[in-house]
Design a protein around this ligand. Structure first.
Ligand code: 1CP
Length: 345
């Protein structure tokens, strides 16, 4: 097995910088569309053979150093009792937004095997298929990000309903967050038992919170998840707070092994701040994959240069790869990261 990614997470020496790409299985790949055209997105998530096949596509096509389970952060929320649809063009929709105590009380804590067995089965298929290849990353959303979908009923522009609940009904918000957190702990423990070799917690919308609100409504729940996981496993845990430059000090208290960084930050400045406590993952602008090849090479070199001095570095984009990306560019970026980082050793 290629363990370069796992070593970099733990801060061990590697021969080159490992790379994987957020949202590497998905809509920019024609091979994904071939499978996806025959079913809905949720049906695909719930079909272990097909979900495993889609997970493996970027390993074969791009040559990345880690696989990430094909599923979605919203899948466990459906099993808490929140009816979910993915509508073409509109994205995820929760039909009954959670806005009062009655709705929070009704939410349950799903059992990973009984309720989310299709995710666990996908992981079991993948750990077999990937045995001699690359590690498998499991994942969840972070409680704040998940709460925004439940409360808003889908994606949002200004998160008004979520912030109003945080400000006007803090006890209700805490009750909701405690339930989401308990659900996430069980879900991630289930993924570990099924065989994932690393975990990433996606806090995609953390950056909309002021640091004082992140302190109350965001980071304590992430800390609780990571400390519960650390009691049962020593696999690396990555915490990615998107648009989180202003939340870095607090993110460091999450006790994650790796912090994921978006492209808005300068890695050298982050390295000074984190002082060898964690490895770093990131942080090329996803749109840099639209640069001409020679400029892309420069950009990859810049990121690798900036990462010098990090305890460990895992190359990634600063957020998900966009559907319009040419897969050949993503493949080139993977090759460039491998070649250039080898020469820098
Ligand atoms: O139509 C389709 O085929 C669905 C498109 C799609 C895909 C391919 C969605 C809908 N989710 C996914 C897969 C997915 N989602 C993965 C797979 C593994 C991989 O990375 O290769 C992962 C890890 C996610 C995680 C996810 N889902 C996040 C966190 C990561 C991020 O990008 O910030 C979020 C916020 C979601 C919600 C979601 N899922 C899908 C949509 C359209 C959205 C909404 C995004 C928004 O609110 O803007």
């Amino acid at each position: 097995m290629n363990t370069t990614f796992l070593k970099a997470c733990k801060g061990e020496k590697t021969d080159y910088t490992p790379i994987w790409i957020m949202r590497q299985a998905g809509r920019y790949l024609p091979e994904y569309h071939t499978i996806r055209s025959k079913c809905t997105f949720l049906e695909l998530c719930k079909n272990p053979e097909q979900a495993a096949a889609v997970t493996l596509q970027p390993i074969d096509i791009l040559g990345v150093d880690a696989a990430i389970l094909f599923s979605d952060i919203l899948v466990p929320l459906e099993k808490m009792g929140a009816a979910l649809e993915f509508q073409e063009k509109r994205g995820p929709i929760f039909l009954n937004p959670i806005r009062d105590k009655n709705a929070v009380d009704k939410l349950g804590i799903p059992d990973p095997e009984d309720d989310l067995g299709y995710v666990m089965d996908t992981i079991r298929i993948l750990t077999k298929e990937l045995k001699d290849r690359v590690p498998l990353i499991g994942f969840s959303g972070a409680p704040f990000t998940l709460s925004t979908y439940l409360i808003e009923g889908g994606s949002s522009k200004n998160y008004i309903n979520t912030k109003r609940m945080i400000y006007e009904a803090p006890d209700l918000y805490k009750a909701l967050m405690d339930k989401i957190t308990d659900c996430t702990i069980e879900y991630l423990k289930g993924q570990v038992a099924a065989g994932v070799q690393a975990l990433q917690i996606f806090d995609s919308w953390a950056g909309v919170l002021a640091p004082c609100d992140f302190e109350v409504a965001g980071i304590p729940y992430v800390r609780r998840i990571i400390s519960a996981l650390k009691e049962v496993t020593d696999i690396p845990i990555i915490y990615f707070a998107n648009n989180g430059a202003t939340l870095l000090d607090q993110s460091l208290t999450s006790n994650a092994d790796v912090l994921g960084l978006d492209w808005r930050v300068n890695l050298q400045e982050v390295i000074k701040k984190v002082d060898g406590k964690v490895s770093l993952q990131g942080n090329m602008d996803p749109l840099a994959l639209f640069l001409p090849d020679n400029k892309l090479e420069q950009r990859v070199t810049n990121v690798l240069e900036q990462a010098k001095g990090a305890r460990g570095h895992i190359f990634n984009l600063g957020h998900g790869i966009v559907p319009e990306t040419d897969p050949a560019k993503a493949k080139l970026a993977v090759q460039l990261v491998h070649e250039i980082s080898k020469k820098m050793r």
